[in-house]
Design a protein around this ligand. Structure first.
Ligand code: ADP
Length: 288
């Protein structure tokens, strides 16, 4: 099972190249697409969801070209778009049954699948409430449930955790991990911590290009020995920022404690720190 992108590029009508020469092979597991706003994540996901056309290059689902035969991928696709809207007056059950009908699942099969998915996303006790009364996290979970109705082999979720509180984010991540067996899950975000916890591999993107794709461990290894704690008065902060990439700041009684990326000990550097994915991400963006 594989989803292959071969030199994929996308140019919008206004001449913006949102994706440039992007090549990557997705296999089962959770893949994090990480990049700043405007990197092209949504465009890439919409092309993979066969909603937006590819300008150049090819997307192949198990060797079938999605430009000429999109239905092969559509049949196994679940998609939770960034701007997922729900019908506020429908209950959880009604909404899922409605989407099931749209996807061609009817009768007893639909009822059973809806009940099963309400369990999976932990919304059985809320199934009779109108969606308009759901919290942000509950809406995202019903969104995942609708994307899972056809038991997709490829699940695409675009910026799923924005607007969720920390506990809802944790629940959502756990749900994705549980779903990842024998499925390709693509998760786009600009929030590094969302990916750190669930992704088996991380594709770093900027300005439509793939900068790198590797495991979280390899990304962390790449910055090991290069993350320093620097403690300095706040008046020195501006100079520090001009000279180094600063990946974090905490104001304490004895001054500002900064996380600084540097090959050698920087001025006011006190000790080496355990690298985080945020450090690796900033380092990759700074190098490319
Ligand atoms: P991300 O999801 O990483 O924030 P997008 O895929 O939304 O990135 O956008 C990538 C680039 O394409 C941006 O420069 C954005 O302004 C541009 N873009 C996105 N959608 C359109 C569109 N429909 N028409 C023209 N330009 C677009």
């Amino acid at each position: 099972m594989q989803l292959v992108l071969e030199n994929v590029s996308k140019c919008y009508r206004n001449g913006t190249w949102a994706i440039r020469d992007f090549s990557l092979t997705f296999t089962p597991g959770v893949w994090g697409l990480l990049g700043p706003n405007g990197a092209g994540k949504t465009t890439l996901m919409r092309m993979l969801a066969t909603i937006t056309r590819v300008s150049r290059g090819r997307i192949l689902w198990n060797d079938v070209d999605c430009a000429t035969s999109p239905n092969a991928l559509r049949a196994v696709l679940g998609y939770l778009p960034q701007d997922f809207g729900v019908y506020p007056n429908l209950t959880g059950t009604e909404f899922l049954q409605y989407i099931a009908a749209v996807k061609g699942i009817a009768g007893k099969a639909a009822r059973e699948r809806v009940a099963e998915l309400l369990e999976v996303v932990n919304l059985t006790s809320e199934k009779r409430r109108p969606l308009g009364t759901y919290s942000g996290g509950m809406k995202q979970r019903i969104g995942i449930a609708q994307a899972l109705l056809n038991d997709p082999k490829v699940l695409i979720v675009d910026e799923p955790t924005s607007g969720l509180d920390p506990e809802e984010r944790l629940q959502f991540r756990n749900l994705l991990s549980e779903l990842s067996e024998n499925r390709i899950i693509l998760l786009s975000t600009h929030i590094v911590s969302d990916i750190e916890a669930v992704a088996t591999r991380v594709a770093l993107m900027r300005q439509g290009r793939l900068l790198s794709c590797m495991s979280v461990e390899d990304l962390l290894r790449g910055v090991a020995g290069r993350v320093w704690e620097v403690v300095l008065p706040s008046s020195g902060l501006e100079t520090l920022r001009q000279l180094y990439s600063v990946s974090g700041l905490v104001h304490r009684g004895d001054g500002v404690h900064a996380r600084v990326l540097a090959d050698d000990r920087p001025p006011f550097g006190t000790r080496l720190l355990e690298p985080s994915l945020e450090d690796a991400y900033l380092s990759a963006l700074a190098c490319n």
